[in-house]
Design a protein around this ligand. Structure first.
Ligand code: PHE
Length: 362
């Protein structure tokens, strides 16, 4: 190939490179010119066909062509890459004023029982109660005997207890039938004044639309030297107003019987049926939500407290009941069916943490 022909090839290649619209086309051009079978590489192969005296000049000319095509390719590549980056930045620009997209965290749901437990805890914490805990598997002593329910006492039958096999000492552990054994644990471990609540699971061999073999209670216990029924009523009324987020509640204290309190009461709250829902604090319907009373002197004596010096009150609230009532969930069994559709509907967003300041259920 003569020198003018080389020049023509050069200008053709340089022009094509200058016009390359994108990196892929540029790469095609590179392969077409400098690749193994490329037009420039082919010129190099011709070297051996030339007479020896012509080879030097020809070789230099082809090398110069190769170098200038290489430089042009590199310059164009840098230019196209820069353009591509600029384009990407422009098209992927984030609009920070758009609302946040829901991540997996926001899709999870808190179970209504957990949410209502947090609401209850928040209210009692605000009144100065602390949280106490006990195990689900209890001793017969804590669940019954210390609570003034001795062996052979008829109240033992009321509870449909799940018993374990007797241990070496002949006593049988139980799945606790109420949270009241946490009263015993607390009084044995700490000195009055005491002000605790104890939320947790309890078990009774029972199952229908409003009973499940496992359900949830919150125990409350206050022990001091001058505690009376007025305190109990006030605490429960304040609790109900805060929990149902109403200014007034109708409460009915009915005489009842528990072996571990004297006097004992069951508390109903008044509500009205409005369409499908219910309204708390008005109307003529009543629903039982808790049992309570003044701690029985025998219980105090059983845990080594002097009944002549200390008294107090206790209460036991059904958490699941409160949840059904507040959030209008008709079937208790659905609570424990593990149905994701139900949980999506009735569950709470994970960051909706109940606080008194921000509103418990807002
Ligand atoms: N433990 C009782 C129950 O499960 C409720 C209760 C608790 C009653 C504390 C009085 C005092 O039915």
């Amino acid at each position: 190939m003569s020198a003018p022909e080389l020049d023509t090839l050069r200008s053709e290649l340089l022009e094509a490179i200058a016009r390359a619209p994108d990196l892929a086309k540029l790469e095609d051009l590179r392969v077409g010119a400098l690749g193994k079978k490329g037009s420039v590489s082919a010129l190099m192969l011709k070297l051996s066909e030339l007479p020896p005296e012509a080879r030097k000049d020809y070789g230099q000319a082809v090398n110069a062509l190769k170098a200038s095509v290489g430089e042009a390719l590199e310059a164009k590549r840098a230019e196209l890459a820069k353009e591509a980056t600029a384009e990407k930045l422009a098209s992927e620009r984030a609009d920070v004023t758009l609302p946040v997209r829901e991540g997996p965290l926001a899709q999870g749901r808190i179970h209504p029982v957990s949410q209502v437990t947090d609401e209850i805890t928040e209210i009692f914490a605000d009144m100065g109660f602390s949280i106490a805990e006990g195990p689900d598997i209890e001793t017969d002593f804590n669940n019954f005997t210390a609570l003034n329910i001795p062996p052979e006492h008829p109240a033992r039958q009321d509870h449909d207890t799940f018993y374990f096999e007797p241990g070496p000492d002949g006593t049988r552990a139980v799945l606790r039938t109420h949270t009241s054994p946490v009263q015993v644990r607390t009084m044995l471990a700490e000195k009055p004044p005491l002000r605790i609540i104890a939320p947790g699971r309890v078990y009774r061999c029972d199952s229908d639309q409003t009973h499940t073999p496992m359900f949830h209670q919150v125990e409350g216990l206050v022990i001091d030297e001058e505690t009376h029924l007025g305190h109990l009523k006030w605490v429960l009324e304040e609790f109900c107003k805060a929990f149902f987020e109403v200014k007034q509640v109708k409460m009915r204290f009915r005489a009842s019987h528990f072996p571990f309190t004297e006097p004992s009461m069951e508390v109903d709250i008044g509500y009205a049926k409005v369409g499908d829902g219910i309204r708390i604090g008005e109307g003529e319907e009543w629903l039982e939500i808790l049992g309570c009373g003044m701690v029985h002197p025998n219980v105090l004596a059983n845990v080594g407290l002097d009944p002549a010096r200390y008294q107090g009150f206790a209460f036991g609230l059904g958490i699941d009941r409160l949840a059904m009532l507040k959030y209008g969930m008709p079937d208790l069994r659905a609570f424990f069916a593990g149905d994701l559709g139900w949980l999506k509907h009735y569950g709470f967003p994970p960051l909706a943490i109940p606080t008194l300041a921000a509103g418990l259920s807002s």
